[in-house]
Design a binder for this molecule. Structure first.
Ligand code: TRP
Length: 332
């Protein structure tokens, strides 16, 4: 029987280890979505090479990313999980979509502008056309919902525009996707500068927590986290450091702001920071254990990814052949 549920697609780049920010904003939602949606998840290694990569490091990071997704609750029996470069249709559809995307649209992408500033010596064509590849990822699988962090919303909206434009020009072909943005903790900020997003490219390692950081490292980073003046644990605009820690603690423990404020009333920041660190350790420890086990059985991991790529190719090939037919490509 055909799956009647809506489809979810999302991708994550294999750029080193995931941070607490990736976990909170994206990865932790992917497992639970399986109960409601037909989910397809990809490690998008083709996106990763828009920034120069060491080949050996990229190879390793690709397996690690897949292992971390599995450790975080993606079940290969329920969902499709695959490596982007193993499904050639992504690159192929990307070209057709590129011919239906405007230079001006790509120029308006804020991430392109940011990344061009950061990589001023390598503003390559891929960095510019990256959102087209992302649209291909989504449209190939006719995804209805695309769980992403707020920073990717603009790219999903561009995917919508491209889908609609293609549908209008060539008749109904693609499902028009929508971004699925989780409100709580959509953005986790740097532990050293709460005005900046938590990022693993931060030169200060204390600014982010990696999902494979050892418990003592996690604790140390939280103990060093910047707080604000005053000693009160309370969410407020002028308390961005404490507010960020409250967000993290709330997500890790399920407690709301009122409960957190009550818990730490009359106690100092020191106690609070330690509790936040411990809450993250409690959530990450079992994930890290599974992650270690998955990476230790490389043959099984490869089997899961091979099977995932096969399933993905079957779906993608169907969409691509429809697209090729509609645009007038001959098939002999
Ligand atoms: N661009 C996304 C990021 O950097 C990753 C990504 C690639 C993606 N293709 C996707 C996310 C498709 C959702 C759907 O985070």
């Amino acid at each position: 029987m055909a799956d009647q549920r809506e489809r979810v697609f999302s991708g994550i780049q294999p750029s080193g280890t995931f941070t607490l920010g990736n976990y909170v904003g994206a990865v932790r939602h992917w497992g639970p979505l399986q109960a409601e949606y037909d989910c397809i998840y990809s490690v998008v290694n083709m996106h990763a090479i828009t920034v120069r990569q060491q080949p050996a490091a990229l190879r390793k990071a690709t397996y690690e990313a897949a292992a971390m997704l599995l450790a975080s609750g993606i079940d290969p029996e329920q969902s499709v999980i695959f490596i982007q470069s193993e499904v050639p249709q992504h690159a192929e559809l990307s070209w057709v979509l590129a011919c239906n995307t405007m230079f001006g649209e790509l120029s308006r992408m804020t991430q392109f502008k940011d990344k061009s500033k950061k990589n001023a010596d390598n503003i390559n064509g891929g960095l510019f056309t990256y959102p087209i590849l992302m649209a291909a990822d989504i449209l190939l699988y006719n995804a209805h919902q695309v769980p992403v962090g707020v920073d990717q919303k603009q790219h999903v909206e561009l995917s919508r525009d491209i889908a609609q434009r293609f549908n209008n020009a060539y008749s109904d072909t693609f499902v028009v996707p929508a971004p699925l943005i989780q409100k709580q903790g959509a953005k986790v900020m740097s532990l050293q500068d709460p005005a900046a997003k938590m990022s693993k490219s931060d030169p200060n390692e204390n600014a982010y927590v990696a999902m494979d950081d050892a418990p003592e490292v996690i604790m140390r980073k939280f103990k060093r986290a910047v707080t604000d003046s005053g000693g009160e644990v309370r969410r407020a605009e002028d308390k961005p450091g404490v507010s960020n820690l409250m967000t993290i603690y709330g997500i890790m423990t399920g407690k709301d702001d009122a409960a957190i404020e009550a818990e730490f009333a009359g106690r100092g920041y020191g106690d609070f920071k330690e509790a936040v660190g411990q809450s993250v350790i409690d959530v990450f420890t079992p994930i890290q254990q599974r992650y270690g086990e998955i990476l230790a059985d490389k043959a099984e991991l490869e089997r899961i990814l091979r099977e995932g790529a096969e399933k993905a190719r079957r779906i993608a090939a169907k969409t691509l052949s429809k697209v090729y037919r509609k645009v007038g490509f001959v098939s002999n």
